[in-house]
Design a protein around this ligand. Sequence first.
Ligand code: ADP
Length: 239
Amino acid sequence: MTVLLEVSGLVRRFGGLVAVNGLSFTVGSSEILGLIGPNGSGKTTALNLLSGALKPDAGDIRLRGRPVAGLSPDRIARLGVARTFQLVRVLPSLDARENVLAGLAFRADPLWGEAADREVSHLLQRVGLGGRGHQRSAELTYIDQKRLELARALALAPKLLLLDEWLAGLNPSELQDGIGLIQSLRREGLSIVLVEHVMDAIRTLCDRCIVMNAGSVLAEGAPDAVLSDPQVVHAYLGD
Ligand code: ADP
């Protein structure tokens, strides 16, 4: 398997608190890696370091061998890393098409004019929002805002997609749709880091899981093995 992302010895402090404490892992091409762990274990901070929203205090992040730690979010986006947020961040006053267009502007090879219009239509279709391009995003339902945020991330034509609890808050049938959508992205060659609490989704989607606890890796392996590891169960449930 080709390694797409290589993280080693990543550290990030907030004052005296070490939120990410020597984190190391790899993500292969077309691999879905689950990043799981109890609240406060450092998952979102790790995603913020990968996307450039935060700068690491130490450690190395390589994308196809190229060092990217500490680069700005737009540089990292142009190198092929896109993300969604735990709290959906669509631009509420813009319609769905305009939201996706905003994503296209951050591509390494920006698209304009008719080519951009065609790509927006394709992406909206891709995430299940075909025909709803002119709806204001504030008026979309929660799941559709999530779909839109995914379309905007895909507009970057990423190699690596970082999903921060993208499946949270969906009803059972939306969850099945969402899982199917993520699987189809992997089949198209995307690598995905999935921060998620929905255990069924982790079991179905992830090739491997990293369990974080207090900023470090507590366990790593196939989802079923990791989720039944007594140390992991203990970390989740506490004493
Ligand atoms: P998770 O995503 O696993 O819930 P986070 O990465 O959000 O964990 O947080 C890890 C730790 O870092 C927590 O103790 C949290 O309170 C702290 N933390 C996260 N962001 C900040 C920040 N901007 N300033 C101070 N502390 C932070």
